[in-house]
Ligand binder design. Structure first.
Ligand SMILES: Nc1nc2c(ncn2[C@@H]2O[C@H](COP(=O)(O)OP(=O)(O)OP(=O)(O)O)[C@@H](O)[C@H]2O)c(=O)[nH]1
Length: 652
């Protein structure tokens, strides 16, 4: 059983590692971005990165898991990035509460930046080359965010902003660095070049917009804090006003007894106090207490209560705090927090009444229900969607919350009641916060991201166009060079077709062509042959033979051109020259040739004297060229026979 589990795990290792990674990341981001969660994320991100190269992926299952991986991350990301005007944050909050993913509230938004990086990483994991290209973008973002992080930590005024987990950013940086294609760093690496610059610029714009978006959120946070505080102060002020006006009325009531100079009769009491119940809805009971502290008159809202007459006041409204000093009618005025009828937390005010000669005739007592008092703020609370609670020494006396979910942005004020103090706490609802939050930050973010994308696309396009132009220019230059090479080659081929390669003279074919196009019909053909050339070859070798051939060809060429003739290599060590008859004087030619050959300084190895040539001349007409060549050859043969180094003219 254990071994089969291990074998399944080892076979499906990559998929398993990705699944674990996805769960870790989602788990960590469902919770608050604390250090430990950051470490979890770090592990989650590193795990598949290490697992992949170590184990071979099963492509189909791997693809399915990758899709699942994205499907898990995208909703969380959406929860953060959706502008509040599109989706109310509270709804998201409820949704994620249901799947126990915890506290995703607007002030966790810096974590979005990390999530953006993760979404990039998910692309990076799922798309080979494209993903590798994302590595520089992730590096730029991670560095920017790390810098921002240090700025946040160094700047005390921003301490309310929740920091990003450092290990997460460090993890992103490490992974991106490990996956970056080293070829990207080469300046002249063409396939990546256009994308690389565009990526860097796009990442820069994106990071800038993220930083600005973050700044906007911080500003918004301050504004919301200050608005929430203002609401809290307003609530306190309204209560203060209500109590102040009630205070004045009570003093007024008290003055009546002072003027009457005696405690009120039952008739006077009933006639006057009913007015106060109508004016102050939170007034729950009024009493007149004798100087000895027992109730003489008592009227609660709705009915007179004779049963309490003659009892001490504490029987009706005992102090909430047992340590409070007892009610003393002789004190000019005081306030206490009591439990009316042992149930309703109430404020008790009393004012002592004096006769004309200054004797205390009793005290007027007014008991205000705290819940009823706070209910008078209902309109204001509903309008501002605020939850209100009243706390006395840690005990909540009253709380009122709207049906919407309340945020934990709480502000408290002290309401001084006699020696005691009530703490009034207000907290706006999440929906109110979301509505007040506004869309500026989101607009900045969305615009920034679109702008980053556009920058990326434009720069990439521009670089691509430039690269294409560059390539086209290079291709054109290459083409022109090729054409030039082909022309040279063609010229060489044509030249070789008509010339002898060794001596550079015209060949036999070209010679015939020259004869056919010669301007003069009467021509002379001269065959020239180096004497005993075979011996040169035999003694000195073919290479030296070639040197002799070239030297003599050059000497013959200059001699022939003196008589406006043209020279060709007829084959082997034999040359042939063509002249117009009227240009040629055989004797002079023989002398010129001999002098030129002598001048070459070539010494025959057999005779140890300068090399010599024999010449055979034939005179005739252009059209008989075949015959002329045969006759010149015969004349040459005769010259050889007669001892060489001479010129023989063929008979006509
Ligand atoms: N080095 C070299 N030798 C060549 C070339 N073409 C022909 N030969 C040699 O030229 C020699 C021609 O010799 P022959 O025509 O028999 O006679 P010869 O030695 O010149 O003597 P005569 O013509 O009777 O004076 C041969 O040995 C060929 O091999 C060449 O292009 N280079």
């Amino acid at each position: 059983m254990t071994s089969s589990l291990i074998s399944i795990l080892s076979r499906r290792w990559t998929e398993f590692s990705q699944l674990v990674a996805a769960l870790l990341i989602v788990g960590a981001f469902g919770l608050e971005p604390t250090l430990s969660n950051g470490l979890l994320c770090f592990g989650g991100l590193l795990y598949p990165a290490l697992g992949r190269p170590l184990f071979r992926a099963r492509p189909r299952l791997s693809r399915a898991l990758n899709v699942g991986y994205l499907a898990l991350i995208v909703p969380i990301l959406a929860c953060y990035v959706m502008p509040t005007s599109w989706v109310n944050q509270e709804q998201w909050h409820t949704l994620f509460d249901r799947v126990s993913l915890g506290h995703l509230t607007y002030y966790d938004q810096p974590a979005l930046i990390g999530l953006l990086a993760i979404i990039l990483l998910a692309f990076y994991r799922n798309g080979g080359r494209f993903a590798r290209l994302c590595a520089p973008m992730i590096i730029v973002m991670a560095i920017t965010l790390l810098t921002l992080q240090f700025y946040l930590q160094a700047n005390d005024t921003l301490h309310e902003v929740r920091p990003l987990p450092l290990p997460l950013l460090a993890g992103l940086l490490l992974i991106a660095l490990s996956k970056i294609d080293p070829r990207l760093l080469r300046r002249r690496y063409h396939p990546y070049r256009p994308t690389f610059t565009a990526l860097i610029l796009g990442a820069f714009v994106m990071s800038t917009s993220l930083v600005y978006w973050h700044y906007q959120n911080v500003q918004m946070q301050y504004r919301l804090n200050s608005d929430s505080r203002t609401i809290s102060n307003d609530v306190l002020e309204q209560l203060d006003q209500a109590l102040e006006s009630h205070d004045q009325s009570m003093e007024h009531l008290n003055r009546i007894w002072n003027m009457l100079d005696q405690a009120p009769t039952q008739a006077q009491w009933q006639a006057i106090v009913s007015i106060y119940f109508d004016t102050f809805t939170f007034e729950k009971a009024l009493a007149f207490v004798s100087p000895s502290g027992v109730i003489e008159r008592y009227q609660s809202r709705g009915a007179a209560r004779d049963d309490v007459i003659g009892k001490p006041l504490s029987a009706v409204a005992p102090p909430l705090d047992a340590h409070e000093p007892d009610f003393s009618p002789t004190a000019s005025s005081d306030t206490q927090i009591v439990l009316l009828d042992g149930q309703v937390p109430s404020l008790m005010y009393y004012f002592s009444s004096h006769s004309q000669n200054g004797h205390v005739i009793g005290a007027t007592v007014s008991i205000l229900s705290i819940p009823a008092l706070l209910d008078s703020l209902n309109g204001y609370l509903a309008e501002h969607r605020v939850a209100l609670s009243v706390i006395l020494k840690g005990d909540t006396l009253y709380s009122r919350a709207p049906s919407e979910k309340v945020s934990d942005l709480r502000y408290c004020n002290m309401l001084a009641i006699g020696d005691a103090g009530l703490t009034l706490c207000t907290a706006p609802t999440q929906r109110w916060l979301a509505d007040e939050h506004g869309n500026l930050a989101d607009i900045v973010l969305v615009t920034g991201l679109v702008f980053a994308l556009m920058t990326f696309a434009l720069v990439r396009l521009n670089r691509q166009i430039n690269d294409q132009r560059h390539k086209a220019q290079k291709a054109k230059a290459r083409l022109e060079q090729e054409i030039e090479q082909r022309k040279t080659l063609q010229y060489q081929v044509e030249w070789l077709a008509h010339h002898d390669e060794l001596t550079g003279l015209a060949n036999r074919r070209h010679f015939i062509h020259q004869v056919q196009n010669h301007p003069s019909r009467a021509i002379a053909v001269v065959m020239i042959d180096i004497d005993h050339f075979k011996a040169i070859n035999d003694r000195l070798g073919h290479h030296q033979g070639d040197r002799f051939l070239k030297g003599i060809a050059s000497a013959l060429s200059s001699s022939v051109s003196r008589y406006q003739g043209s020279l060709a290599r007829y084959g082997g060590e034999e040359f042939i020259a063509l002249f117009a008859q009227h240009e040629l004087c055989p004797g002079a030619l023989e002398k010129t040739v001999r002098a030129a050959v002598d001048a070459t300084g070539l010494i025959h190895p057999l005779t140890q004297r300068p090399v010599t040539v024999s010449l055979g001349v034939a005179l005739g007409f252009q059209e008989d060229i075949e015959q002329l060549i045969i006759r010149a050859d015969e004349a040459l043969y005769l010259a050889k026979q007669q001892g060489r180094d001479r010129l023989v003219i063929a008979e006509a």
